[in-house]
Design a protein around this ligand. Structure first.
Ligand code: GUN
Ligand code: ZN
Length: 433
């Protein structure tokens, strides 16, 4: 039994529908077998459990572990290639690198770097775009299991429009996915995600095979890309005969539902938003990627107005790093740049988008996303070095919301001093350096 003592901030209630920041200046979180069994004022919890080992985290701020709903494992080595729009960046930068994961030793090295990147950023749960090569996906799941992260991931499938080594066909897409799911789905903290790259590169046959996997692997998740860039949207419309909108290319195969997360959706029609909202599907908002590729300004207000669930994704490697603090800040920037069309975001919104909203999008709301009793102890301890600007900012913050604003503005990997998943403390670079 462990009793964590900390300043705890979390967002159990959705601020987009009136929820407020939950802030406990001196909280006690009692953790038994990885689960928070009690939360309250430290002194009161301590009095009830005088024998519990106390871990004193008061020199920082404890937040729920961050949840990244869209991040590409094979792209960790290509972060930072600026100056290209989506299709050119894929062709010149991302896809040549993804071809290298055909070599499983190369893939293992990339998996090590990728998983290390997530942990260092304080991400405890992620929906990960895998590789086009099944052995490379095994390498990812092996590394995730070794480290202890909570990851949903799968084989990326495509049968057109990409370099030949990345292509498969519908039968192989089904067989490889089912075999991978048999090895990993529900094993430890891993789950399987059915992952056509985007309907630009996946024909109706492959999307049908994806629907069959989703049906045959109960509890599996679905993820892909949608409406990211105008040239991509135009090509998808052409490929599908002009009769279908982009969301419809997935929806007509039954791939849009509560267990679907579609990344980007920068250029949706109202009709598409109505489908996404009606089906309870989620959108992964990836602001730094949208800026880096010049994809556009995310219409968050229209998503909220259509009841579409939204969470944050880093979209590494088009995204500019693993930190969801940076993505939160960028999301805030985007909404402020949209002027009257934007949805002004508070620090509480940002924390919710980076934690609880992600947990809900991944169907893990009963387990993670906040630090209330009954949840798994998945947490990130933000503790800047002394006199670092964030340390100064936290000392001078006027309120909890203000402290949170400082974390999203100034926080990054170097401030992540501790990461726990289900009560297990993961090794973070800062601590082991
Ligand atoms: N659309 C299809 N593949 C990708 C990818 O790797 N990154 C992004 N941002 N969009 C995509
Ligand atoms: Zn992506």
């Amino acid at each position: 039994m462990t009793l964590y003592r900390a300043r705890v901030l979390d967002t159990p209630d959705d601020p987009f529908t009136g929820g407020v920041l939950r802030s406990d200046e001196d909280a006690g979180l009692l953790v038994l077998d990885g689960t928070i069994t009690e939360r309250g004022d430290f002194t009161a919890v301590r009095a009830r459990h005088p024998d519990a080992e106390v871990v004193d985290l008061r020199s920082g701020v404890l937040l729920p572990g961050l949840v990244d709903t869209h991040v590409h494992y094979p792209q960790v080595r290509v972060i930072g290639a600026l100056g290209m729009p989506l299709l050119e960046w894929l062709e010149r930068c991302a896809l040549p690198e993804e071809c290298r994961l055909a070599d499983v030793d190369y893939a293992r090295a990339v998996a090590f770097e990728f998983v290390g990147g997530l942990v260092a950023a304080g991400t405890t749960t992620a929906l990960v775009f895998g590789s086009h090569f099944a052995p490379a996906v095994d390498a990812l799941f092996e590394e995730v299991a070794r480290v202890g992260l909570r990851v949903t991931a799968g084989l990326v499938v495509s049968d057109r429009g990409l370099p030949e080594p990345l292509l498969t066909d519908a039968d192989r897409a089904y067989d490889d996915a089912v075999a991978l799911a048999a090895r990993w789905h529900g094993v430890g903290r891993a789950r399987y995600a059915v992952t056509p790259r985007f309907s630009y590169s996946a024909s109706d046959d492959v999307l049908d095979a994806c629907a069959a996997v989703l049906k045959d692997v109960p509890g599996s998740w679905f993820t892909s890309h949608v409406n990211e860039n105008p040239a991509e949207v135009a090509e998808v419309t052409r490929l599908f005969g002009g009769a279908e909108h982009y969301v419809g290319t997935y929806d007509r195969h039954g791939l849009v539902g509560e267990s679907s997360v579609l990344a980007h959706n920068v250029h949706p029609t109202d009709e598409e938003l109505a489908v996404l909202g009606g089906r309870r599907a989620s959108v992964a908002h990836c602001p730094s990627s949208n800026s880096a590729l010049g994809s556009g300004l995310f219409p968050l207000r229209r998503h909220v107005d259509h009841d579409v669930r939204v969470a944050l994704g880093s979209d590494v490697g088009a995204g500019t790093g693993f930190s969801l603090f940076k993505e939160g800040l960028q999301a805030y920037f985007m909404q402020s740049l949209l002027g009257p069309d934007g949805l002004p975001l508070t620090p509480t919104h940002l924390l919710h988008l980076a934690t609880r909203a992600g947990a809900l999008a991944l169907g893990l709301g009963d387990e993670v996303g906040d630090l209330g009793a009954g949840r798994s102890f998945d947490a990130v301890w933000v503790r800047p070095l002394a006199d670092d600007p964030l340390d100064v900012g936290l000392r001078h913050a006027a309120s909890s919301g203000d402290a949170l604003a400082r974390i999203f503005t100034l926080g990054g990997e170097s401030d992540v001093a501790g990461v726990w998943v289900a009560g297990d403390r993961l090794k973070t670079p800062r601590v082991s350096r």
